[in-house]
Design a protein around this ligand. Sequence first.
Ligand SMILES: [Zn+2]
Length: 436
Amino acid sequence: MMKKAFDQAYIATLQSQPCKIKRSMLHLKNPTQPTKSGLWGDTFNAPWEGGDRVNGLFGLVQWKSGQNAPPFPSPEEVQKRVPSVSVDTEKLFSISPMAGICGTGYGGSNREVTDGLDEPNQKNQIQTTWMGHASFLVQCSGVNILTDPVWVDRASPVQFAGPKRYVQPPIEIEDLPQIHIVTISHNHYDHLCASTVTRLHKAFDPVFVVPLGMKSRWFVPNFGSKWSKNSMAKVVELNWWEEVPCKFTIKTPSEHTLSSCVTITSTPVQHWTTRTSFDRNKELWCGFVYCFESNANYGTDSGTELLPPRLAYHAGDTAYCPMFLETAEEFFGGPLTSGGSSDEESRCRFDLAMIPIGAYDPRWFLQVQHVDPKEAVQVHLDLRRPRLSVGMHWGTWILTDEPIDEPPLLLKAEAQKAGLEEGEFVVLKHGESVAI
Ligand SMILES: [Zn+2]
């Protein structure tokens, strides 16, 4: 297993005490790695069959010249078609069992809280809150992770043109609880945003976990560009199947100690990258697995309790490909045989998966880079049926031709057809939280 060495500076920030928990989940045998091509050997490729299919400029022109973009809807129409709710900040600051931990010593909050460790059914819950598109706040074991954050109006190199947001971010960055880690799946404008990175860096100084190539291109002094402000950020680059453990020791309000370790693994998916006309696939793209492990120390008399580990998955941006089966194989060592009903199989599942369901039409052009709802359900099945999957990558920007509210409708139909249980693969409103 490849482990990324953590810089001393990061250790000082994150690891006040070594994490004692040993991971034994991965079954890595022959993990898929990206290949390199191009004159300078600096272009990433996905090596599986069909993984390197790309859309040419000709196809893009053909699609866009035939497209009749719908007019931008009124705010009432948006609320009707893509509902949003204001974020329940109480939930964000008080997720059990570490209720209050996120607000104690990290966020500067003075909330009255309990640590919730006495509630056995609530132990080590994962909570996720949809911030729009591919962005979620994922909270577990006292650790707060933000995925693919984009807090601007347009998913575009400039803010006067390009796809405009239908729904505003449900909360301001500065109002979030302390963000410890930010993961970014790839460099497209709807997933990576310079000014959002700067705001997060300034507000929380989190660790950014990014795919190979992104650090050296976007987190370095850059001739006075807006990215220069982020050159001091803590950044860890991962190749597919590399992992980085981030360790925390947290004191709860009732003087219990929680030692937590979230190990983030970069996993292969089928996509591509570009930010300018000249950098196609010069950076890698990926999904992420987050493994949360923690033990609670109740003081000298009561001893230490290992809390159940929790696993979450974020698919980034992806077409359908064999890598979801490989991811399940590597983490759980084989296909589901009892449909998830046996004890062992119900333990060996992702607790939470965030899977794209939108930006799929027209299929002849987008099939090589985005799943549609039917394929998203197949991804859920390939991943061995996570206990809860949440649809993402829809309803925030109009990037493609399908009606903005179509993805959840198709998802519901496809989930039924595939025999999924009610509530197994859901969508959230912008700003809505769900805990499992
Ligand atoms: Zn993308």
